[in-house]
Design a protein around this ligand. Structure first.
Ligand SMILES: Cc1ncc(COP(=O)(O)O)c(C=O)c1O
Length: 286
């Protein structure tokens, strides 16, 4: 069906480039234009109603018309619409949120650093891991381990930790120094008769083999979503994180928990880290 000239859809096709989209098909079909939201529902430009079961990009967990958020944003826009944290500048919302996050951290955490998205949070955490090893005089300890089917974002480094072929193909990714270990998906990956515990042991042993092949002195950190989201909503097998963390500790490799879609109460606890028993060194959230 041809797009109506001058419609929002036709203007979108003329002017916008969309991530995660088949751009050839998009030129013919055009976008789904969403015009408003309320609670868990959104409406398109033709008035058709949808239950938004992914909460946007997993991010509208408080609903699409949360009045407290509207008020808080309005009040802050009136008082101080923007300020930054460079060169020792600060402001009240930044201090209050830092304090709140440290108080609610699932394991003792020292400080909060802010970014503008989950992807940028992961890129920033890579920089922190590299900075940490430089400060300790271990300049070679820089490689990052992700997991096949893991998803960590669209910026260059976050897409490199990601383990999804579509995020790498045609983009010259992953960047050098980013490697991937197996998906902890018992249902798809276990061998005949392999128990969850046995499969978790194999995941840990594969991780150790990868670390030894790369050289432990070159590996800085491993990234893990407590529950893998974009890769298929994959729960790890029983005992997985305990076994993985024992390997990481042995080789002084940091564990970074990507809580971008598990954090803030989405798994029954405040953090997915608590639900799945992680002891991360760094947490990224959004
Ligand atoms: C686990 C995880 N990490 C990172 C990201 C990237 O976050 P953003 O889209 O805010 O850059 C996502 C996005 O869905 C995610 O699911």
């Amino acid at each position: 069906m041809a797009l109506r000239p001058n419609s929002a859809a036709a203007r979108d096709v003329a002017y916008t480039l969309h991530p995660f989209t088949d751009l050839v098909a998009h030129e013919k079909i055009g976008p789904l234009v969403i015009t408003r939201g309320k609670g868990v529902r959104v409406w398109d430009e033709d008035g058709k109603e949808y239950i938004e079961s992914v909460a946007g990009l997993w991010s509208a967990a408080l609903g699409f018309d949360n009045e407290r958020l509207v008020q808080a944003a309005t009040n802050q826009m009136r008082k101080l619409p923007f300020y930054h944290a460079f060169n020792a500048k600060s402001h009240e919302p930044l201090i209050e949120l830092s304090e709140m996050l440290i108080e609610r951290a699932p394991v003792p955490m020292a400080r909060v650093i802010f970014a503008n998205s989950g992807s940028e949070a992961n890129d920033t955490a890579i920089k922190m891991a590299w900075y940490y090893n430089n400060a300790l005089g271990r300049p070679a300890k820089k490689k990052v381990i992700g997991r096949i089917k893991g998803y960590h974002g669209i910026t260059l480094a976050a897409a490199s930790i990601t383990g999804l072929p579509n995020n790498h193909r045609s983009f010259d990714l992953p960047l050098p120094g980013f490697v991937h270990t197996m998906t902890p998906h018992h249902y798809h990956e276990a061998m005949n008769g392999e128990t969850e515990e046995g499969f978790a042991t194999r995941c840990a042993s594969e991780l150790e083999k990868l670390i030894l092949a790369e050289g432990p002195e070159t590996v800085a950190a491993m990234w893990a979503e407590p529950i893998m989201g974009a890769g298929g909503v994959i729960l790890p097998p029983r005992g997985y994180f305990e076994k993985i963390q024992a390997v990481l500790r042995k080789y002084e490799i940091l564990l970074v928990a990507d809580e971008v879609i598990c954090g803030f109460g989405r798994t029954g606890h405040y953090w997915g880290t608590q639900t799945l028993g992680l002891q991360p060194d760094i947490i990224t959230s959004a």
